[in-house]
Design a protein around this ligand. Structure first.
Ligand SMILES: [Zn+2]
Length: 518
């Protein structure tokens, strides 16, 4: 009977006016409650002012969505239905992530979507997400596709859209005194507004990426000033946060090996961003810049250093060197080794360094050990020190302790990897050597219901940008600056200048203030 009624309903055409009203109200109720929730929490007005502003936002949203639906449907017909259907599904997905992970859809998170490989993104896909998408995305999409609509005349379209535009203008003028409030909260409001959040930000990301294809800005030529054999191994951590390192005072024994390692220096540091592409860029560039300057590996390579990049990660800025090796390449080269974990990046490293034709070697290991949402998949079983563990962030939301256990195991594994690296370098007596470990950014593990990373810096909690910065050097390599000669908290740009010093590169790009050595 119900089935029959739905069939009847879908057979009878409704006016485009009515259809646009339904879509507009549906979009607001299904996809924009987080937006109004945020707005209501952040309006600093008296009750009357608050009601007025909230009412204005509601009407404004209804009218804008009504007008856009009307236009898209009238001009594009079937193509318009398809656009609306696709938007419903993306809207549902966006809302799921907003509600589940407290993310904000801005140009950064959209950029991360484009930079994330499917294998990693698939870690996010769970039954609850599929169910959510079916109920709040696919069903509305079917409605957009199947509801018969009487499109009406162009004149009616003109009247509907014209008066909508008039209402939008009137509301905007009535609230002109709110421009300051809006500009103070634009990131958050815009990031919660569906479908505009991802439509606008996708356009922004695409235009930024086109811009970034531009040549990097070359640094002035440098030169290697001695013949001493020296190797620097720079390990870029992934989502490793300072708070969970025993070396920084964490109550758990997450650094059982490094804490016994002599000559290890432990620096306070913060990342310049909370996501991989920007964090990695900041580690490799000479200074904070919206532009793309020649990066450490590229510059060292051009100056005559033997540079090798080994990675189990992605999202790095453009690297122009001869030897770029992925974990899959290493897996093929060492078929008996398990290439699922970052240990593969250390394989054959000693032989690689010792067989170099150059006196200066720079190895960069771009690791992924603490990358969520499935921390448990990032370390071999024997490093599962803390139990029980959550399979992924979603399970961890119900039991944060289990999520922290899994995360802490990734730190224990990182501890093992860095320790073995130092031990290898120690035995290479013909070489002066250094190991530097720094993370691209931190991670949220359920504090204030936040997970993962990627919030804009001014909203991000400390755990998302307080990072470990560890340095070990072989005897008589370089003298460390006294800690009182350095700021209390270092930034990621110290890497570039300190590594130039270690590799004896004399360069106009070098800034001694950003060097941890004398
Ligand atoms: Zn990262």
């Amino acid at each position: 009977m119900g089935h029959f009624k739905i069939k009847e309903l879908l057979r009878k055409p409704i006016s485009l006016f009515a259809f646009s009203c339904i879509i507009s109200i549906g979009t607001m109720l299904l996809y924009n409650l987080p937006f109004f929730n945020y707005a209501a929490d952040n309006i600093n007005e008296n009750t009357v002012g608050k009601i007025f502003l909230m009412a204005s936002l509601v009407v404004l949203m209804l009218v804008i969505n009504f007008m856009m639906t009307y236009l898209v449907m009238f001009c594009m017909r079937l193509a318009g239905r398809i656009v609306l259907a696709i938007l419903s599904i993306i809207n549902a997905t966006a809302v799921y992530f907003i509600v589940t992970y407290s993310v904000i859809i801005d140009e950064i998170s959209i950029g991360n979507v484009f930079n994330t490989k499917y294998s990693e993104a698939s870690g996010f896909f769970s039954w609850s997400l599929w169910l959510f998408i079916i109920v709040f995305g696919v069903l509305p999409a079917l409605y957009c596709l199947l509801q018969p609509v009487d499109f009406g005349k162009a004149k009616k379209m003109g009247i509907c859209c014209g008066s909508s535009f008039g209402i939008i203008l009137a509301i905007a003028l009535a609230n002109i005194n709110q421009t300051l409030w809006i500009s103070q909260h634009d990131t958050e409001l815009g990031g919660l507004l569906q479908p505009w959040s991802y439509l606008v930000n996708t356009i922004r990301v695409t235009s930024i990426q086109n811009h970034k294809q531009a040549e990097e800005i070359k640094l002035l030529d440098g030169k290697i000033t001695d013949n001493e054999k020296a190797v620097v191994v720079l390990v870029i951590g992934e989502s490793a946060r300072k708070a969970n390192f025993q070396l920084y005072g964490y109550e758990r024994n997450t650094n059982p090996l490094l804490s016994k390692q002599e000559d290890l220096k432990v620096y306070e540091a913060t990342s310049c961003a909370t996501y991989t592409t920007a964090g990695t860029k900041a580690i490799l560039e000479p200074k904070d810049s919206g532009d793309l300057y020649e990066l450490l590996p590229n510059y060292a390579f051009r100056t005559g250093v033997d540079v090798s990049w080994r990675t189990s990660n992605w999202g790095e800025p453009p690297i122009h060197i001869d030897e770029y090796i992925t974990k899959d390449d290493l897996g093929a080269q060492y078929p008996n080794e398990n290439s699922n974990y970052d240990g593969i990046l250390l394989k054959g490293l000693r032989e690689r360094i010792e067989s170099s034709q150059k006196n200066k070697v720079l190895i960069i290991l771009h690791t992924s050990t603490s990358h969520g949402p499935k921390y448990v998949d990032k370390y071999p079983k024997e490093f599962e020190v803390y139990k029980p563990v959550a399979k992924n962030v979603e399970e961890g939301e119900k039991n944060v302790g289990m999520l922290v256990n899994a995360y802490d195991n990734t730190i224990v594994y990182t501890d093992f990897l860095l320790d073995s690296l130092v031990n290898t370098l120690r035995t290479m007596e013909d070489w002066k050597s250094a190991m530097i470990f720094i993370s691209d950014h931190g991670e949220s593990l359920g504090e204030n219901k936040m997970f993962m990373h990627g919030l804009p810096m001014r909203l991000a909690p400390k755990v998302q940008y307080e990072i470990p910065f560890l340095v070990w050097t072989s005897e008589h390599f370089r003298d460390y600056k006294a800690k009182d000669k350095l700021p209390e908290v270092l930034e990621q740009h110290y890497i570039f200048h300190s590594v130039l010093n270690l590799l004896s590169i004399d360069s106009p790009a070098y800034n001694k203030d950003y060097d941890i050595f004398n």
